[in-house]
Design a protein around this ligand. Sequence first.
Ligand code: C5P
Length: 191
Amino acid sequence: MGYAIAEAASAAGHSVTLISGPATVAPPDGAEFVSIITSDELHDAVHRAAPECDVLVMCAAVSDYKPATVARQKMKKRKTPFALELVPTHDILASLPRVNREFLVVGFAAETHDLELNARKKLREKNCDMIVANDVSKTDSGLESDENEVTIFFRNGESKKISRTSKKIIARELVKIISKMSEKCLTKKSG
Ligand code: C5P
């Protein structure tokens, strides 16, 4: 979805920085590409890029936990079970400035149940300007599919559904909606 949004934004004439972990798709022509592997690298790259942007779209499915320690050498096999200690990663969205932010923040929420309730909770708690929610309990839309169906929730209580279609078309619709909202915010700032 991230690559489709980067491509749609680039095609609409926006200047795009795509921050991505390893992927099987090629980055769109014309986008600046920042390669990351870990959630810490993503955190740092987002904080570096965001102040220069008008809009931040966070659709990475960031791991919520990371190993507490990383072995420097190959670990030897044991005959007994062992537990891997995991610690929470930074919540990147929640770590962004909450006030006097100069850029619009679009979050994503992949939910298996209570889509609206959970998405609205994330919209508030992660202080996003809008959140794009999708139901990943269905096998024909979401993470591993070429198609998706999303509902966008806005801070003023409004929502907008984009019915099931290709990720490319969803990306184009999202770019249009985000551009309109960003223009409104920029007009408010300069006015
Ligand atoms: O809590 P959940 O992972 O469903 O929240 C989804 C949103 O939060 C997405 O926009 C995702 O990119 C972002 N996220 C984040 N940092 C994390 C986990 C998720 O910014 N550690």
